[in-house]
Structure formats: structure tokens, C-alpha cells
Design a protein around this ligand. Structure first.
Ligand code: AMP
Length: 112
């Protein structure tokens, strides 16, 4: 099991902010911004390049859930960035697809 599957199964604690049947969102343990949440499918897809059309509905709902999560955490008006690190050069460190939601300060662009 990946660390995120263990969190989804309740075997590892996490600060959960949003849960539905097929995905979950929780605060990143090493926050890179005042708000840093990960949105994660309960079942492991290794990375976005491993996803297929059977995941399209869930991936769409994960993106749409960012609005609800941002509202809950008070950053809907100030704005937020969503990021998926896919593969080594992108800095992927956990091989279980996740969307980062970052907010709460002005974020630099381009990213490093
Ligand atoms: P990435 O580098 O895009 O694969 O992102 C993985 C993220 O998972 C990093 O930002 C880590 O800080 C975060 N992370 C790793 N373990 C945990 C955990 N147990 N709870 C919450 N976030 C975690």
C-alpha cells in the first residue's frame, strides 16, 4: 500500500479537509504555503501518465473539488494554484497521483 492509501484507509493519521467515496483531501505534512492540501484518489493511480479514460470522471471531480476546499479554507477569493508533479524532473516524490492545492500567499511564477 502507498502512504496515501494508508491515509485513505485511516491507518496513518492526516488532517482531512474533504472526503468523498473515491477521493480524499488532507493537509500536506510539509506545507509549502499557508494552505497546502493534497487531493488524492483512494485507490492508487501511480501518476497522471498512468491514468486512463476510466479515471476521467473522478479526475474532473477532483479538480472541481478544489473550489469547495478553497472556500472551506478561506482562500477562494485570494486565489490558489493547483499542481501535479508527474515524474522525476517534476519533483514527484510519492508514486500515488495527487493534486497539490497551494494558497495563502502570493506564489512565484514560473515555479523553480
Ligand atoms: P510530490 O512531491 O508531488 O510527490 O508530493 C508529495 C507530497 O506528499 C509532499 O508535498 C509531501 O510533503 C507530502 N506527504 C508525504 N507524506 C505525507 C503524509 N504522511 N501526510 C501528508 N502529506 C504527506
Amino acid at each position: 500500500m502507498t502512504i496515501f492509501e494508508k491515509i485513505a484507509a485511516g491507518q496513518i493519521p492526516a488532517r482531512i479537509v474533504h472526503e468523498v467515496e473515491d477521493f480524499i483531501a488532507f493537509h500536506d505534512i510539509q506545507a509549502q504555503a499557508p494552505v497546502h492540501v493534497l487531493i488524492v484518489p483512494r485507490k492508487c493511480i501511480t501518476r497522471i501518465t498512468e491514468a486512463d479514460v476510466s479515471h476521467a470522471d473522478m479526475l474532473g471531480r477532483m479538480l472541481l473539488a478544489t473550489r469547495e476546499i478553497a472556500a472551506k479554507l478561506g482562500v477562494l477569493e485570494s486565489g490558489y494554484r493547483i499542481v501535479i508533479n508527474n515524474g522525476r524532473d517534476a519533483g514527484e516524490s510519492v508514486p500515488h497521483l495527487h493534486i497539490h492545492l497551494l494558497a495563502g500567499r502570493a506564489l512565484a511564477w514560473p515555479p523553480g
